[in-house]
Design a protein around this ligand. Structure first.
Ligand code: ZN
Length: 194
């Protein structure tokens, strides 16, 4: 299920391996209408537990930072986030696991920040996206507790990326400079240190 294709990337004198999930991973790719729908509220959190467990397992298998239910074909307002360093982003700050159910962004900071984003639903590509530096999310966690939490920096970026998925958006919709849109291989060669 978590079989991955390794792509060897030439970068300067060295070479680096980036993993890109393949079609067997169970991830829904862009072009599938489920990624363009506004997802439905999760009504029964207890009944959602097997789905949550499957999503956490999948997120770890693909070494992602976040995974939204529409990305595995479920049109539900649910996503999981756990930032770990991986081959693509070896220096990002790591986080604990967040299970985010029926979220609302209740506050956004005025400052927008540029950063690179990739998405398992758009495999093999990466682009620069402007995101709010800080957001406050209201959501329900996996045990049904109401949470209000402020996120900033890279974690805020991941939360906004995943929130977009449950609203039917993908990161390329948010790109303001399409000149940064790149294959992962070319990003490693031409943009990584830019
Ligand atoms: Zn995504």
């Amino acid at each position: 299920m978590s079989k991955k294709k390794a792509v060897r990337v030439q970068r300067g004198a060295g070479a680096k391996k980036f993993k890109i999930s393949d079609a067997k991973s169970g991830i829904v790719f862009v072009g599938n209408p489920v990624l363009r729908q506004k997802a439905r509220l999760v009504k029964n959190i207890k009944a959602a537990q097997p789905l949550i467990r499957a999503m956490v397992k999948k997120l770890r298998a693909i070494q992602g930072a976040g995974l939204a239910a529409p990305q595995i074909g479920k049109s539900l307002r649910l996503f999981v986030v756990e930032v770990r360093r991986n081959d693509l982003f070896p220096h990002r700050s790591e986080s604990g696991l967040f299970v985010v159910i029926n979220p609302r962004i209740v506050r956004r900071s005025g400052t927008a920040q540029r950063g690179w984003e990739a998405c398992f639903s758009i495999p093999g590509y990466i682009g620069e996206v402007l995101r709010h530096e800080t957001i406050t999310l209201e959501y329900t966690d996996a045990v049904g507790t109401k949470v209000t939490k402020k996120f900033s920096g890279y974690l805020a970026r991941v939360m906004q990326h995943e929130y977009d998925h449950i609203e039917g958006h993908v990161y390329v919709d948010r790109m303001t400079d399409m000149h940064t849109f790149s294959t992962v291989e070319n990003w490693g060669m031409f943009h990584l240190d830019a």
